[in-house]
Design a protein around this ligand. Sequence first.
Ligand code: NAD
Ligand code: MN
Length: 486
Amino acid sequence: MKKHSLNFGDAWEYAPAPDSTPVVIAKSYGLFIDGAFVSPQSRKTMPTINPATEEVLSKIAVASAADVDKAVASAKKALPKWKRLPAKERGKYLFRIARRLQERAREFAILETMDGGKPIKESRDVDIPEAAKHFFYHAGWADKLDYAFPGREAKPVGVCAQIIPWNFPLLMAAWKIAPALACGNTVVLKPAETTSLTALRLAEIFQEVGLPDGVVNIVTGAGETGAALASHKGVDKVAFTGSTGVGKLLAEMTAGSGKRLSLELGGKSPNIIFEDASIDQAVEGIITGIYFNQGHVCCAGSRLFVQESVLEEVTTKLAIRMQSLRMGDPLDKNTDVGAINSAGQLKTIQGYIQCGKKEGALLHQPNHRKVPKKGFWCRPAWFEGVQPSHTIAREEIFGPVLAVMSFRTPEEALKRANNTPYGLAAGIWTDKGSKAFEMASQIKAGVIWCNTYNRFDAASPFGGFKESGFGREGGRQGLSAYLELV
Ligand code: NAD
Ligand code: MN
């Protein structure tokens, strides 16, 4: 195992290349209710910081139950007119939102990176374009719902409460808002407390395109605001993406209320490499699977299963590849690994790394790169000698920490892949189509990638099995979460 600490494969330093496009951030932001930014009745605010520098970017409002009540009332008031609007008119609004997002893409990408810590190349190439695509895709569905569900009448559900996490702030807002509006619902959205700025800027786009007042309302705040929203009597549907713990609370909160519920929760997804795979390609897939967005990805390939005959080759190549990952200024175009989203999340991740060592797994972390002094940073890590019983092999870490294990036969890989309370995603790497299909048909996961990882498309439904939640987002299947089919 000595070779893992060799420095060959080191990346040379590049000159800094930060994106210097200026982005104006207001000193404070109110709530977006009934088409306007308003001060919260609570008079409470909280800072949102840049996790790479700990600099305070702005102050955002903390909505109280009274503020949430105003937002729900506004969504309720807007509902009758919005759902009666000819479907193709609703579609036009969604098209306009998508186009405006594309026009302002650079600004959104920089803001996303500043508020959340992810590398600019990801917000620029993934988050913002995918968010725009989601609005484009659903714009197309608005006047075709009768074709999506032939023989049924598709009616909106009503007022939708949507609560989202901090790992893909704008993209999750798009995943929630676009299908809801296409289907004729109105919305109250609550972004995550560390990353509300791009959702608030999206509200500016709603104003620019003349979206009718009250069709989308945005309330900021933490868990209490979310709970006030989900439990509000005026809400017809709750859509949630976040942790399994909060998902279970919401299931209790909405039980017996008649509210519809969809949950997108955590994961501990297996990434399985067979001996007949293209190993170089698979190693790249491991990197994309777990180090993309610092591992803040619900479907991250955090459990790596490698067929025993190629374990040595894969781990050696992985170690070399990891030496070349560049960690640092998220605004720098060459950065591969950005900042951890918050001090709290960093502590959680470090706790898991300690736990992995204590339980007897062997930690590897490329250590030749300087960790910036300010901000929240975690060097990408992987463990070998992991047992299925180890905590790091069972619990979601939501950080750049990979558990590497081996297997001998496809049957064993399958059993171990499915041995988890989660079922969000999986990766399979093999040269044999039949093997890929056979595995895919038996792995209990909502999304299965073959010879790739972490690819998304608005047309393909995303969602989980078991404790990873229920309901789908994207595709025709995602529409039904926002429709009453009669
Ligand atoms: P979290 O559950 O703590 O927070 C998610 C959102 O819920 C935030 O907006 C938060 O303010 C709100 N919230 C917190 N407590 C609440 C309560 N009691 N009632 C109502 N709302 C409440 O999760 P997080 O730590 O922000 O996000 C990370 C988790 O999200 C991970 O477990 C990850 O797997 C999951 N996630 C899943 C998906 C998916 O699509 N399946 C996508 C992204 C993240
Ligand atoms: Mn922030």
